[in-house]
Unconditional design. Structure first.
Length: 311
């Protein structure tokens, strides 16, 4: 191979970041989350669902944290604050808000407003992590959000106009988007201090005390189905919810996040609405419309262009 070919190959390898696609994969796994969560809402409250998920995840995360306990030495106040934001904000409160949004709001509006997360994360990454954004990055954000809009609403305006955006489900979704966007930035910050396995374990473990308090203050009774078959279905959904869009997705996500900027990662997370469209097609037999297909292409084009950007 001549020198020119060698330089081209090296340049290509530097521009393509496999970690970016790990974030895409991790976020795509979140797309199956509503399948389990909507079923669980028939039997449990939002906080009860999130608490039980974290109890299951605690059993998996505790041995991992014990093996990596040496990484906890030398943590500073800034690290503890970031971990609390990730666990209390991103893992506990944001998940509760999003679950309540699914129960109280129009699903399309809730999902669209949750896609404001990239804007929150990009702003926070710029000012907290001092990340410099690449040229034309703002245009790519607009392209991705346009694709997300087409996936959700097609060519039309939201039903009911602006009134849909001020309902309780909309407010809850915006709150979840803000917390998840901030959690992305704080997660990237902590990955400079410890491994992605440790960050994932702490995210679940530290959220548990807060969830116990919130569930207790809620004062709602536990209403598991009396029939064994339905009770088994609820438990199965809880386990699958905790392990697939919960544990597995975050392990893959943080592995990828350790190698790219938070501002890139938050746009990679837009793979979530694409998975939602595919689930609607396969599970609920809703055919993909032309606007949704165009939105699908726009988002993947955005992900490809960002992956080609040199950091």
């Amino acid at each position: 191979m001549n020198n020119a070919s060698t330089l081209t190959a090296v340049h290509y390898r530097r521009r393509i970041k496999p970690e970016f696609w790990l974030v895409v994969l991790g976020a795509a796994l979140w797309g199956v989350d509503p399948l389990f969560r909507i079923i669980l809402l028939n039997s449990l409250t939002s906080t009860q669902i999130v608490l039980l998920e974290h109890l299951i995840l605690f059993l998996v995360a505790a041995p991992v944290l014990w093996r990596h306990r040496a990484e906890l030495r030398g943590l500073k106040a800034a690290h503890l604050g970031a971990l609390l934001f990730i666990s209390w904000g991103g893992s506990a409160l944001a998940t509760i808000l999003f679950t309540q949004g699914l129960a109280h709001g129009d699903l399309n509006v809730v999902l669209l407003l949750q896609k404001l997360q990239p804007l929150f994360a990009i702003i926070l990454a710029r000012y907290l992590l001092k990340e410099k954004l690449p040229r034309l990055f703002g245009n790519l954000v607009v392209l991705a959000l346009a694709g997300t809009y087409l996936l959700t609403f097609g060519w039309t305006l939201p039903v009911g106009g602006l009134s849909d955006f001020v309902q309780m489900g909309s407010v809850l979704s915006i709150g979840a988007a803000l917390l998840w966007g901030g959690s992305t930035v704080m997660g990237r910050y902590m990955l400079g201090k410890m491994s992605y396995e440790t960050v994932t374990a702490l995210r679940f473990i530290l959220a548990l005390p807060l969830l116990i308090v919130i569930t207790s203050l809620e004062g709602q009774g536990w209403s598991f189905p009396a029939e064994m078959s339905r009770k088994g279905l609820v438990l199965l959904n809880l386990v699958l919810q905790a392990l697939l869009p919960g544990l597995l997705s975050l392990l893959v996500y943080y592995k990828g996040l350790s190698g790219i900027k938070a501002s890139y990662a938050t746009l990679a997370e837009l793979s979530f609405p694409m998975v939602g469209v595919l689930i609607n097609w396969v599970v609920f037999h809703q055919m993909i419309t032309m606007p949704q297909a165009i939105g699908f292409i726009l988002i993947w084009l955005t992900l490809y262009l960002i992956s080609r950007q040199r950091e």
